[in-house]
Design a protein around this ligand. Structure first.
Ligand code: FEO
Length: 491
């Protein structure tokens, strides 16, 4: 089957709606993919890329229904990875000695995969061109690391079509070929999933390459990728998205992921998420169990987030293996300008939280202090987790928070909060030995001489007579987090 793309260009690729894994089993495909190959029939007949090796037979069969294979004058290999050059061996068995235009680096990887050093390679560099007749030329642009060192793009003058290979593509299978024909939400979700999971480490190169291509001042009417759709409606939109994603992208979002042996770390994740939401209802908080949920979806959410919180039970004094695997992936993806923190429940030692904290710091995240809970969190521990979330929300806020002072936890009382207390009710310094109590979470001080009239605790009420339902007016935690204020002289 072929699909007309533009003028003398036809799609001769292969759809693959069954595929679920890419890069071994590391990338889960939720919408299939396609391997896009293009046939140009100008005065010269040129094939741009092939398809995955699993479809070699079907690819040749389809191609032969369209043309005599011997009429192919040359093949352009933009990228040697098997999903694009996999059918080369079968094709060249039929048309040996056909020139293959590719980068120098591609010869190494093509020969490394197919073991045919005798193939007729024609090495090209950025700016080299090939006259295909009818007044049109193919212009080659090297694009190393987008996605392999061998990658390049090929531009067809006249028709102004950029054959971009992996760049601007997405693992998305649809009977329609063009971007304006498919579900836009699905399409952009898959574009982001592809970029975040595969191209993030090369963001600096993405920006530089796009600026280089734009500097040529070439019109781009279509971007014909090697996976998914062809961008014919406003192709600049995906270029703009790539520039945005490559620029230390983040949204007002926090991703929490964890693994949990006995549900205890999960309980902590739940309370932390609630605490974040208490203080900043506008922030998107996404919570995932790494052992049960789609890893690539989690990584896409990390990509979109301003910060990430990583939790694990302690097992053999280290973190749980799936969390360790995620941290290895995150390290490789080299996220920038993001914050992070660790948390987890433990029994007799809490090594997991310390190791997660170190790994996040080493991976370039700006880390906050971790949070540990011994055994199953009780009511007090859950309140501390919630307060931890509140503090994270405040520290990581991207906008001014419109919250009541009662909802905010501060390690030290903040001036903005202290002014909320009427002057006459401010605790006075008494010196050691007084009856004041201090909240061990936020340092708010209960002075029996003042009481807490907002909660019906009259001035002169001793701490022992304060009702059990009392909550710290700053961080909302209960009486059990209060301790004797031994340094009241600094209140
Ligand atoms: Fe679509 Fe890098 O292969």
């Amino acid at each position: 089957m072929t699909i007309h793309v533009k003028n003398n260009i036809h799609w001769v690729g292969q759809r693959d709606w069954e595929v679920q894994d890419f890069h071994g089993t590391e990338f889960k495909m939720t919408k299939g993919t396609s391997y896009n190959s293009y046939l140009l029939r100008e005065e010269k007949t040129v094939l741009i890329d092939t398809v995955d090796h699993r479809f070699s037979h079907q690819f040749l069969q389809n191609l032969e229904m369209e043309i005599d294979l011997k009429s192919i004058d040359c093949i352009v290999v933009n990228h040697a990875e098997e999903d694009h050059s996999g059918a080369l061996a079968a094709l060249l068995e039929r048309i040996p000695n056909t020139p293959i235009y590719c980068t120098e680096a591609a010869i190494d990887s093509i020969v490394g995969h197919h073991h045919h050093p005798e193939w007729n390679f024609k090495t090209v560099k950025t700016g080299d061109s090939l006259d295909v007749g009818n007044g049109k030329q193919l212009v080659f642009v090297e694009a190393p690391m987008l996605h392999w060192p061998d990658s390049m793009m090929t531009y067809l003058t006249g028709d102004a079509v950029l054959f971009s290979n992996d760049a601007f593509g997405q693992h998305y299978c649809d009977e329609h070929l063009f971007n304006d024909e498919v579900d836009q939400t699905e399409l952009m979700d898959q574009c982001l999933r592809y970029y975040s999971n595969i191209l993030t480490p090369f963001s600096n190169l993405v920006t530089a390459k796009i600026k280089e291509v734009l500097s040529f001042n070439l019109p781009v009417d279509m971007i014909a990728t090697s996976h998914g759709i062809v961008w014919r409606d406003n192709p600049a939109q995906i270029i703009e998205k790539y520039l945005e994603w490559a620029d230390d992208y983040q949204e007002d979002r926090i991703t929490i992921f964890y693994d949990s042996m006995s549900n205890n770390t999960r309980m902590m994740a739940d309370a932390i998420a609630q605490g974040i939401h208490d203080v900043d209802p506008a922030v998107a908080v996404k919570v995932f169990n790494v052992s049960r949920q789609d890893k690539n979806e989690i990584l896409a959410n990390v990509f979109r987030s301003k910060g990430v919180l990583v939790g694990s039970s302690t097992m053999n004094n280290v973190m749980m293996p799936k969390v360790a695997g995620m941290l290895e992936e995150i390290t490789g993806l080299r996220f920038k300008q993001k914050k992070a923190g660790a948390f987890g429940s433990y029994g007799w030692n809490g090594g997991a939280v310390d190791r997660i904290h170190s790994r996040l710091t080493d991976a370039g995240f700006e880390t906050v202090a971790g949070l540990k809970t011994k055994w199953r969190p009780d009511g007090k521990a859950m309140r501390i987790c919630r307060a931890h979330g509140q503090q994270i929300a405040k520290q990581w806020a991207l906008h001014e928070l419109n919250v009541q002072p009662m909802q905010v936890v501060e390690a030290e009382p903040a001036p903005a909060l202290s002014v909320a207390v009427p002057e006459k009710q401010k605790p006075q310094a008494h010196g050691a030995g007084c009856d004041c109590m201090i909240c061990t979470v936020c340092n708010w001080v209960y002075d029996p001489e003042i009481g807490e009239p907002n909660q019906g605790v009259e001035p002169g009420t001793a701490w022992g007579d304060v009702p059990d339902y009392f909550l710290c007016p700053e961080c909302n935690l209960g009486k059990d987090v209060f301790a004797v204020h031994t340094r009241c002289e600094v209140a």
